[in-house]
Design a protein around this ligand. Structure first.
Ligand SMILES: [Zn+2]
Length: 214
């Protein structure tokens, strides 16, 4: 029973990774994905492996409580602690996705929570994205900082100066959510640029180019 669940989770994870890599959200071998198998186990992507050549056996099955690997040969993602925290503190979350997507990562440099404007975003994610204070990636300090910020009111968290972590009920919803968040990030940055008094000093064409890029 559990073997067939693991097999189907691995298959859908590989397909999701290719979609996300195509979107440019995983930035080379950066970013990672975790899916809950049950209350005790999760499947995670391995560390530093090309998403286009990844095979089912490359995925790692870990215990959520202590990150002990029960299946797999590769080194699990260094952000496994982030995913395990999400699954243990939010028992309804089934998928935890960490991306280095360009615009949300740009917003993470500002160190601010980001409001979500679209109805679809509010429905899938919540009314805002929470910022997590900076700690180096793959460390217990980052896991600790992330755990402190997890609440049930939002499924999305910006890791300061780094990227995004998004929780969802399905892989499909996770992909929809990170796409929505990229649009929300563009809107957030545009609004801030428009409000910034220094922008009025910028040559018109330069401002137009900047807005076009978002
Ligand atoms: Zn990262």
């Amino acid at each position: 029973m559990i073997e067939s669940k693991i097999k189907s989770v691995k298959k859908s994870m590989l397909a999701a990774c290719v979609k996300l890599a195509d979107l440019g959200f995983l930035a080379g071998v950066g970013g990672n994905l975790a899916v809950r198998i049950n209350s005790e186990l999760m499947a995670v992507t391995p560390s530093a492996t090309d998403y286009y050549t990844m095979k089912p056996d490359d995925l790692c099955i870990l215990q959520i409580k202590d990150l002990k690997m029960v299946e797999g040969t590769k080194q699990p993602t260094t952000e496994s602690g982030i995913h395990a925290s999400f699954f243990s503190l939010r028992p309804e979350i089934e998928v935890s996705l960490h991306t280095h997507q360009p615009l949300a990562s740009a917003v993470s440099l500002l160190g601010l929570d980001m409001d979500i404007e679209s109805q679809e975003g509010k429905k899938n994610i919540g009314y805002f994205v929470r910022i997590v204070s900076y700690a180096p990636s793959g460390t217990s300090f980052l896991v600790k900082a992330f755990r402190k910020r997890i609440i049930k009111e939002t499924n999305a968290y910006l890791l300061r100066n780094h990227g995004l972590v998004c929780g969802a009920l399905t892989l499909e919803q996770a992909i929809t959510s990170v796409k929505l968040l990229e649009k929300e990030a563009a809107h957030f940055l545009k609004t801030r640029i428009e409000k910034n008094p220094n922008v009025s000093l910028m040559p018109k064409e330069m401002k137009a180019q900047l807005m076009e890029a978002l």
